[in-house]
Ligand binder design. Structure first.
Ligand SMILES: *Cc1c(COP(=O)(O)O)cnc(C)c1O
Length: 496
């Protein structure tokens, strides 16, 4: 059965193909693209259990990306999940203290965004070719740290693409900035702005919406596209690792075929957990989807009350990739629990825009019964990291710490002891200072790279390449511009 895509806000349900949805990113009406139906897994799980990561990914992707040929998809998958990852397993499962940690951080930038951003450039180039687009694709991204580097690493030296990343000059961590400014690849451009993340984001959105600029670009053989997490080309590859995790558990005889498991996901923009929800709806035996938030607990409140309300203070935490008050991908879930009702969804999103909040109906709430939401305070997260290390020697990052902490609460509250997979979204080496500070406050005095070596010693894991590289790599990008000069800087880079 062929799957097409519709916008969550389109009353006419006009369908486009997967490759068109990947090229567009966001629908013109501001909605997100969702599949016309969620396909069922075709291959029995026992079969999947014998497969490599790449083979499982193919079995999942082919169901959602109907207009890609087998050859195209396999080429994209094999170009993405290769030696950029530091383990052949791509996403290994590690057991510690009663749960399986699905390590999604073995790619180029040691965070889970690599799982999707290493394949998106290939999906995009293939989509451009299929739709007879001759222009080069110019990816514009504003980043608060992680997405920018993962997108740069994904698109670097991919023929037919350029990528420009804007980041707040004084708004990212020292390690995050070094990761970006040392980026190789002649098609990459990294620009600091004299402003904050919101200003970077607004500047990028203005360029996307500027029709005169689009015409100018087109005349010069370019067009913009977006690599942000609402692109279905990022969502679909994330479904694959839940299927892979289940099949690995089966292969290792930790579960029997059909046995239900729980999944815990540290959540910000709701992309990762939505992928788990799609996996469940494909027929993967998942019981509970545990949505873990940090102190920005807008999703916990939503699951508890049925009201989404972003009117609150924004809290800076040690899990910055989850510091989000508008979880964009939640719109897809809202659309589904409204019975794929675009009018209802558009109303709620209008309310979010106008008042910063919306309330779902009781009928919709009833469809959320497979979700459990909770949150962890900074203190609880730190204690969870320390306890896990003390008991097992295994060191997790702050985002995964939020998930582990919420999982402990869930178990205590419900007594549910099903086999559980926790999505481990970043290497502890990416958040060394906060992780080491949680283990022992004495470490807070030390320098970043001293802490890196100490972490390696304590956790008995080698320093990842991504960190080794930036110790000595030369700075290749030193452009800093005023907010109002962002557009001029893009044109300068493209030579127009
Ligand atoms: C982006 C990110 C998250 C949040 O994922 P969403 O898909 O936005 O919910 C969690 N942890 C890390 C390390 C991330 O980079």
């Amino acid at each position: 059965m062929s799957v097409n895509y519709v916008s969550t806000r389109d009353l006419n349900k006009q369908e486009i193909t997967a490759s068109q949805a990947i090229l567009k990113g966001l629908a013109d009406d501001g909605g997100l693209f969702v599949p016309t139906s969620i396909p069922k897994l075709e291959v029995p799980i026992e079969k999947l259990a014998e497969m490599t990561y790449q083979q499982v990914a193919y079995e999942v992707l082919k169901l959602f990306l109907s207009d890609f040929t087998e050859e195209e998809l396999k080429h994209c998958i094999n170009s993405a999940y290769d030696s950029k990852f530091d383990t052949e397993e791509i996403a290994p499962l590690v057991y510690a203290d009663g749960a399986y940690y699905l390590e999604l951080f073995h790619g180029a930038t040691i965070a889970f965004k690599d799982m999707a951003l290493s394949i998106l450039p290939h999906l995009m180039i293939t989509s451009a070719r299929k739709n007879n687009i001759k222009n080069d694709i110019v990816i514009l991204t504003a980043t608060s740290g992680d997405t920018g580097k993962a997108a740069l690493a994904g698109f670097a030296d991919v023929e037919g693409t350029r990528i420009v990343v804007f980041y707040p000059k004084n708004g990212v961590s020292a390690i995050q900035e070094r990761q970006m400014v040392t980026q190789k690849g002649d098609n990459t451009h990294v620009v600091g702005i004299k402003g904050n993340f919101d200003q970077a984001q607004t500047g990028v959105k203005q360029m996307f919406n500027d029709k005169a600029l689009a015409a100018e670009l087109d005349a010069a053989g370019f067009q913009f596209s977006s690599a942000n997490s609402i692109n279905i080309g990022r969502l679909v590859p994330q479904i694959a690792y839940y299927v892979y995790a289940y099949s690995k558990l089966l292969a290792e005889e930790k579960i029997t075929s059909g046995q239900e498991i729980n999944v815990v996901v540290p959540t910000g923009n709701f992309g990762n957990i939505l992928a788990a929800y799609y996996a469940k709806n494909m027929g993967l035996p998942i019981a509970k989807l545990v949505c873990a938030s940090n102190e920005n607990k807008v999703l916990y409140d939503f699951f508890t009350t049925g009201e989404y309300d972003k009117n609150r203070d924004f809290i800076l935490t040690n899990s910055p990739s989850m510091d989000i008050l508008i979880s964009s991908n939640l719109e897809r879930l809202i659309y589904h629990i409204a019975g794929n009702d675009a009018a209802k969804n558009a109303d709620l999103m209008e309310s979010l825009k106008a008042t910063g909040k919306y309330q779902i109906t009781d009928d919709m709430r009833a469809k959320l019964d497979s979700f459990y939401g909770n949150y962890a305070s900074e203190l609880e997260t730190g204690m969870t990291i320390k306890d896990l290390y003390d008991e097992t020697g295994y060191i997790i990052d702050t985002h995964t710490g939020v998930a582990a902490s919420v999982y402990n609460k869930y178990k205590k509250e419900t007594g549910d002891d099903k086999v559980t997979v926790i999505a481990s979204t970043a290497s502890p080496f990416k958040f060394t200072r906060a992780v080491m500070g949680a283990i022992d406050s004495a470490y807070e005095q030390e320098e970043d790279f001293v802490l890196v070596d100490k972490l390696s010693e304590l956790g008995k894991v080698a320093v990842p390449n991504a960190i080794e590289e930036i110790r000595s790599a030369p700075v290749r990008h030193d452009t800093v511009v005023e907010v109002e000069d962002m557009c001029a800087e893009v044109k300068r880079f493209l030579g127009i």
